[in-house]
Ligand binder design. Sequence first.
Ligand code: FAD
Length: 256
Amino acid sequence: VVVVGAGLSGLWAAHELRKRTNLSVLVLEGRERVGGRLESVNPGTADAFDLGGHWVGSNQYHILAALKELGKETYKQYTTGTKILDMDGRVRPYESSLPNLPLIQEANFALFALLAEHSLKAIPRDAPYNYSRAAHFDGMTLDSFCSAFPWMKETRELVVAATQTIFAKSPAELSALQFLHYAACAGGLNPLLDASPGGGQEFKVRGGTQAIPMAAAQGVDVRFNTTVVGIRAAGAGGEVVVQALDGRRFVARRVV
Ligand SMILES: Cc1cc2nc3c(=O)[nH]c(=O)nc-3n(C[C@H](O)[C@H](O)[C@H](O)COP(=O)(O)OP(=O)(O)OC[C@H]3O[C@@H](n4cnc5c(N)ncnc54)[C@H](O)[C@@H]3O)c2cc1C
């Protein structure tokens, strides 16, 4: 089996295939490192600093099970004390887990939350595409979704800051369905944004998040600097030919 990409998805697929079958598995990775969007400075050490994915939450059972299996520990995100919200050219200190806003902005954000919570409750977590309005919400960005109600500049900036932190994208680059489904999986908007118990930012991974794919890659045959440019079925035997940018070809029974 050929797996394309040595990010967490590809490496976990390879890890599971090796664990559950006796198939031979080869991972092809375009870059010269594992991890994809999980990248840490000094991964695997006490000085690790995450550049990509940072947090895991107590209701994210799959990643928690993977961490346990790989012998990786988590620690609580430190949240005690004063935080700062740097928005709209002003720096505001706050003590609660989410920023306090002036009343009118709070009301405006509550309107956004009400609209979002109403929709996300109806989204099946395991099959968002089965939601009756899936095509409608997937056909618009989060930005368009938000423009359905009176949108204050500050509320918009707060949503931009939150989506950039959580999705590494601005609302104009994010499908409204993806946002709503992600929030549904987190248990609602507050748990999605929150670092307190039950929130999506509750724990960090000791040694940095890149240490997860590094551990999953142990014993897996990963070919670096191998960018896949084509995948095609070949012959009656059901083989698949995977074509790399530099001309190499890999023949497999299946491709992930
Ligand atoms: C700044 C930031 C913060 C984040 N914070 C969090 C967080 O706190 N919590 C959380 O759960 N998630 C977070 N995420 C998201 C999380 O990092 C990703 O969802 C996850 O790492 C994606 O893993 P993946 O394996 O699916 O994809 P990727 O990590 O993107 O891996 C894909 C891999 O495939 C390789 N590849 C792509 N195309 C080819 C090709 N043609 N040939 C060969 N190789 C190829 C890429 O080089 C890459 O290594 C964050 C992401 C970012 C960027």
